[in-house]
Design a protein around this ligand. Sequence first.
Ligand SMILES: *Cc1c(COP(=O)(O)O)cnc(C)c1O
Length: 376
Amino acid sequence: MIKVGMNNLSIAYQAHEKELNKSLFNCIKSGQYIMGEEVQLFTQSLQDYTQSPYVIPCANGTDALQLAMMALPLHPGDEVLIPAFNYIAAAEAACLLKLIPRFVDVDESDFNSHAKHFKAAITPKTKALVAVHLFGQCCDMEEILQLAKTYNLFVIEDNAQSLGCRYKTANGLEKISGTIGDIGILSFFPTKNLGAMGDGGALLTSDASLANRLRMLASHGQQTRYRHEIIGMNSRLDTLQAAILNIKIGYLNEELEIRRFLAQRYIKAFSEIKELRLPIERSNTWHTYNQFTIIVQNDKRDILQNYLRDAGIATMIYYPESLDRQPAFADYKLTRNNRLETSHILPSKVLSLPLYPYLKIKEQDYVIEKILDFYN
Ligand SMILES: *Cc1c(COP(=O)(O)O)cnc(C)c1O
């Protein structure tokens, strides 16, 4: 029996072992462990990659979301629209700042919130929305920006899962996800598209004064050492992580191409299975498949997951519960118009299959074989 995991980070390391070792040891020998050259280098590489005018590195994606909400002119009691079928980070950051998370539904087609979902939850107190680019594909940003403009809302892009996703506007412009709203956030958690060997994050913006404020907020509110102009945080990108990311960013596009190749292989293999809903790539996006998440019909999700587990194949459920049903958010009531139908159905139907750049073809073929077996 072959064993297939959801990821294999030590294989990812071995693929570039020599370069990574060299970069890490140079950093260790340099004695520069906080900020310094590696962090500067990575900030520049990320700026080149995203074409974002300003890039602010920070400690992790969750901090990045909190910093974004601190940098924008938001005040306690202001409402922030956040997808309910989602990781906890954005809603958690909002609550810590005494903002009110208002959960909005997502679309079954791409797992993302569309403008209509955000619109349904707008109240006079709504001041911002978080467009979460789930599973590797960015939201339809043009319609979201239009809505935000109409209602005067700030737009934060949670691009933690979708670095490298390209988005085509109606007039043919190509943008990188995370550079479209007011502030975009990134995470370098090991399993993200660009993964460190620990935590890391960054913020993207094209607004010079927001960039300046974000940089200060991430560094105890100081521009000059020991001169604290505002209350900030200690949120630095670790220098050793930057030394790793400096190597890995050079392979990002290559790895995204492999993710897309593997995704196409799954899609082709399962195209005849009527009981599976496969991921859809919208025509205006270039999906990066951080996750390959299928919808399993007819209440067979758990049976399929157990069948695969018995065959040595790991799968994951992203996410097993919508945020509005988490005990932590019990105090945050829904508004009358934003029913969360899809967000409540998906947790019992979704299944994420193994897909990462170093998944071997024979491992993927084994996953395919077992899923075809299950349905035959
Ligand atoms: C991973 C993730 C985050 C948080 O990133 P960390 O670096 O782990 O703090 C935020 N939002 C989404 C959607 C994520 O997947």
